[in-house]
Design a protein around this ligand. Sequence first.
Ligand code: SAM
Length: 225
Amino acid sequence: MFQNIKNSIDFFIRNTTKFSRKNFQEKSEEKLLHNYLENLYTYDVLDKFIIKIPYDKARILDIGCKNWFYAKGEYNFFKTFIKNPFLDGVEIDAYRLYCNFYSRFETAKFYTKGLTNTNYIAGNLLEIKENYNFIIWILPFVSIEPHRYWGLPEKFFMPEKLLQHAYKILKHNGQMLIINQGEKETLIQKQMLDKLRIKYEEKGIVKSEFMEYKNNRYAFLIKKD
Ligand SMILES: C[S@@+](CC[C@H](N)C(=O)[O-])C[C@H]1O[C@@H](n2cnc3c(N)ncnc32)[C@H](O)[C@@H]1O
């Protein structure tokens, strides 16, 4: 209970003040190299699971994009088969500050620089009314512990409602890729999809030459008829 009160007050303050230093630029060669690999990983993973149907114009949504450190990988992947991709990223905790006093929002400006028609939305997924051809959802909070640990107020923990909404805004013939962390979260994800009667393909463990994570990640692909 104490943790929730603390999270709620902190969340309220950062969303009211929107305090951040401006003009973030990553200068560390080591961090830039790591980020390059993270983007290659993102590209590679999308390439493994998304079915590439050519479009002249398509809308893509990334849910819970944090500081969007992987936006380039996403953008460049979709650019291979969509002439004009419109990429949105939505993040409920956009004004969370890093210890360098840059917010996620400000940091994302650096990671999305030069990506045409790419838009970082500081807000709740439930407020999104637009429809999308592709939805990417990497590591959704499906259990309360990580949601709390990441500093979010409990009133925002509603994984089923979020999943239902994401499915609703997915266009017909659209694809949604969900990636979960660890077997426990993957099982919860699967049970939610079953409960909501959302059809999916279980893609199993996500593997890439570019990056290896401590916990295995698992993919679900949802194709809306
Ligand atoms: C585990 S993090 C994953 C971040 C990122 N996708 C990644 O792969 O590193 C989950 C993110 O979802 C965000 N989130 C949680 N609920 C949300 C909501 N209702 N709308 C938008 N973002 C949300 C959290 O603030 C957090 O940044």
